[in-house]
Write a protein that binds this ligand. Structure first.
Ligand code: PBG
Length: 326
């Protein structure tokens, strides 16, 4: 051969060498655990399409939150499942609503040991299941929805959320919420924009987890799966409106978007490994078709490699425990 043979395999010879030369490593503090709290439950209720995930009572929510924090998880993202829904999603900004009740309990229990986050959206609270309120023609009314988001943001901040996850994909939602928080003396509250959120089949199991009432789809506000450049556009708008962190969602099917976004912005970029991503691995593993633990870790590593500095994942507590055990 007329050239020196390169031997990259030299660096793969031992576990110690591999560790010392690894470009990407998982870290419990970069994981966020999504949790569901349901009104009127007597005991935790399993979510059929997400084995290992439950809808919590308020006490079991607090217990799960404390366990996850003890395992080293960096954040907790709370979703509420109300007993009663209406057209305007009244439960979302009701201080006694199930999500705000759960936030208060968790914030008090974990303090600053992890970041307590709230999903800021209306879909769990509306009887039609959309992320916003509807106009007379039955379309999602962008600007009327912003009014509901403002009020919900104040209620969630008052309940103890230190970060709000704006997942509704309304135009102008970040700016609207930032403005009202600042005006009410809550400029401390961090805004996470679900900036590039695609209309995805991978949210299917989540709709079970929140007993979703939706019959149609969300294609008039969530993004078309084929649109890569538009992901950058949505992110640019959210950053301009004051987003502190931007997110790409789902994760694994959108690693190209994640990589683009991480290269384009100077705010932190997170990813959401969604319910369907979780369910796929769990289902394959339950059939003995895949090595569960390796698949879980590899998927999370890939998301981080593509550019996420933190990831929301239903495996957060388990993976944190695994990583600490080494
Ligand atoms: C909207 C919201 C959804 C998810 C997170 N926030 C549902 C949707 O957009 O249909 C999905 C998360 C998942 O699938 O794990 N509040």
């Amino acid at each position: 051969m007329g050239f020196p043979l390169e031997r990259p395999r030299r660096l793969r010879a031992t576990p110690a060498l591999r560790s010392l030369t690894a470009q990407t490593r998982l870290d419990p503090a970069r994981l966020v655990l999504p949790l569901f709290v349901k009104e009127g439950l007597r005991s935790p209720a399993p979510v059929a399409s997400m084995p290992g995930v439950v809808q919590h009572t308020v006490p079991s929510l607090v217990e799960a939150a404390e366990e996850a924090v003890a395992a080293g998880v960096g954040g907790l993202m709370l979703f509420g499942v109300p007993a009663v829904r209406d057209a305007r999603g009244s439960g979302a900004d009701d201080p006694e609503g199930v999500l705000n009740t759960g936030l208060r309990a968790v914030a008090q229990a974990v303090g600053d040991a992890a970041v307590v986050m709230a999903d800021l959206c209306l879909d769990e609270f509306t009887d039609h299941g959309h992320c916003g309120v509807l106009d007379a023609a039955g379309r999602v009314d962008n600007d009327a929805t912003l009014e509901r988001y403002r009020s919900t943001a104040l209620a969630q901040a008052a309940a103890g959320a230190s970060l709000l996850g704006l997942s509704g994909m309304m135009d102008g939602q970040v700016g609207a919420v930032r403005a009202v928080l600042d005006a009410e003396g809550r400029s401390d509250v961090v805004l996470l924009a679900y900036a590039a959120k695609y209309a995805s089949a991978f949210y299917g199991p989540f709709r079970d987890a929140v007993d979703s009432a939706l019959t149609g789809d969300r294609r008039s506000y969530q993004m078309e799966p084929g649109n890569r450049r538009e992901g950058l556009r949505e992110v640019r708008l959210d950053v301009a409106e004051g987003a502190d962190v931007v997110m790409v969602k789902p994760a694994l099917p959108y690693l190209d978007v994640l990589s683009d976004v991480a290269a384009a912005v100077d705010v932190p970029v997170w990813a959401y490994q969604v319910s369907g991503e979780y369910a796929m691995v769990e289902a394959a593993a339950a059939n003995g078709w895949i090595d569960r633990e390796r698949a879980v870790l590899e998927s999370l590593l890939s998301i981080q490699r593509a550019g996420a500095s933190a990831t929301l994942t239903y495996w957060a507590a388990e993976v944190a425990t695994l990583l600490r055990r080494g």
